[in-house]
Write a protein that binds this ligand. Structure first.
Ligand code: URA
Length: 425
């Protein structure tokens, strides 16, 4: 069936419901270049302003999946489970989590992305390991999943091409923030990847896409329902992203912190979230009795990490890049750290060179921010709060401007905020 794009746009503009046939047509026609960018921009804006019914979102997601290939992981002789985070500051959880879950007998097909703006990207972090390769073809992806049980790599061109095109358009037309479009974008890629189970880490707070709990809950509900409807066992945790995760924000520094977790140490919040997500993944994959804490403590997770890095050409023993220049910010008064604002620290790390403003920009492996204190920690005047790292000292001034006021110190210790706020299944 053929439609006029302008009629589809008008229907949504006026608050109507798009038919299944109209959705199938517009997604397919846009992928093939029949519907122009300016028409899809108008439709995306109408969707942002008018919303979509659950049935429309389900059909839109199915049409995005149908725009490309769907991977078949049946050659993998273990259950599969993946995790998706909606993105945050210092969110390196995929790095320890993927080998940890693999060490517990569940294969993890983790197709990841690069950072944009103040949030980091898993592939950028891993590329700070000398030799590590993000691009695998489908045969390599499946072979590594079968042999090592853990893969983190870039999504191939054939997976949900409609989303690739639409996401780039949304990025430049102010239409990223529509819940139907975010949910269908994320879930089309995860469903097409072929995973049997999926755990969503939906972030909420200053450093997240979703600043309010209500929005985060609506996004989580929408994605869980989409996954379930497509036969993927899907669970979501809503987790706090008002403070960066762990102490390290950047690329090589986040790899180092992840390796510390795999060695049985690392910051308590990173360990807590890694274990919480691992338990959910193992449970959703039908292995509720597996003990991820034991696999972390006895070195099995570290062995899986080393095998995973080596399988993609990386040297797990290589020395990682360190920044040529550092600048430390100290406390002006005695007290307790009341808050560390994730967004401000994320922007500072980005300005130091850890992130990119445009998709094609390079990132610095060595740049980033290392926190010396987290919320609740006592501090005395003159002691370090955080440290900025970069190879280019001209970047300190804009980074300091971004981070100004990010860390507040008060006389009384603040109440502890829970890291895991809610769970939806
Ligand atoms: N990540 C995605 O993959 N898509 C979105 O729309 C937002 C975040």
């Amino acid at each position: 069936m053929t439609f006029a794009a302008v009629d589809v746009i008008r229907t949504k503009r006026d608050g109507g419901v798009l038919s299944d046939a109209a959705i199938d047509w517009v997604v397919d026609a846009y992928t093939k270049g029949v519907v122009a960018d300016e028409q899809m921009s108008a439709l995306a804006m109408a969707i942002l302003l008018r919303g979509m019914t659950p049935a429309e979102i389900a059909r839109w997601t199915a049409a995005m999946i149908a725009s490309g290939e769907r991977l078949d992981l049946s050659a993998v002789d273990r259950p599969t489970a993946d995790k998706h985070s909606t993105g945050g500051v210092g969110d390196k959880i995929t790095l320890p989590l993927t080998p940890l879950v693999a060490a517990c007998g569940v294969a993890v097909p983790q197709l990841s992305g690069r950072g944009l703006g103040h949030t980091g990207g898993t592939l950028d972090k891993l590329e700070s390991i000398p030799g590590w390769r993000a691009q695998l073809d489908n045969a390599e992806f499946i072979a590594q999943l079968r042999d090592v049980g853990a893969v983190i790599c870039a999504a191939g061109e054939g997976l949900a091409p409609a989303d690739r095109k639409l996401y780039a358009l949304r990025d430049v037309t102010g239409t990223v923030e529509a819940i139907p479009l975010i949910a269908s974008s994320i879930m089309s890629k995860k469903i097409a990847e072929g995973t049997g189970a999926l755990v969503l880490d939906v972030k909420v707070g200053s450093g997240a896409f979703m600043k309010s709990l209500d929005d985060a809950r609506e996004l989580a509900r929408t994605m869980v329902d989409l996954g379930t409807a497509h036969g993927v066992r899907t669970v979501a945790l809503l987790t706090d992203m008002s403070t960066p995760l762990g102490l390290a924000v950047g690329n090589a520094v986040e790899v180092e912190e992840s390796v510390a977790v795999l060695a049985g140490g690392g910051p308590a919040d990173v360990v807590e979230l890694t274990l919480a997500l691992a338990r959910e993944m193992l449970d959703a994959a039908g292995r509720p009795d597996a003990d991820p804490a034991a696999a972390l403590a006895d070195g099995r997770a570290m062995d899986a990490w080393r095998a995973m890095v080596r399988a993609q050409g990386g040297d797990p023993d290589a020395k990682l890049a360190t920044a040529r220049e550092t600048h430390t910010v100290t406390a002006e008064a005695d007290g307790f750290v009341a808050a560390v604002d994730a967004y401000a620290i994320g922007v500072a790390a980005w300005r130091l060179g850890a992130g990119r403003a445009r998709k094609e920009d390079p990132v610095s492996a060595a740049a980033g921010v290392v926190l010396h204190r987290r919320p609740g920690d006592p501090v005395r005047a003159g002691e370090p709060l955080y440290e900025l790292r970069t190879d280019d000292p001209a970047r300190f001034a804009p980074a300091l401007e971004a981070a100004a006021g990010a860390v507040s110190v008060t006389d009384v210790a603040p109440a502890v905020r829970p890291l895991v706020i809610d769970r939806l299944a």
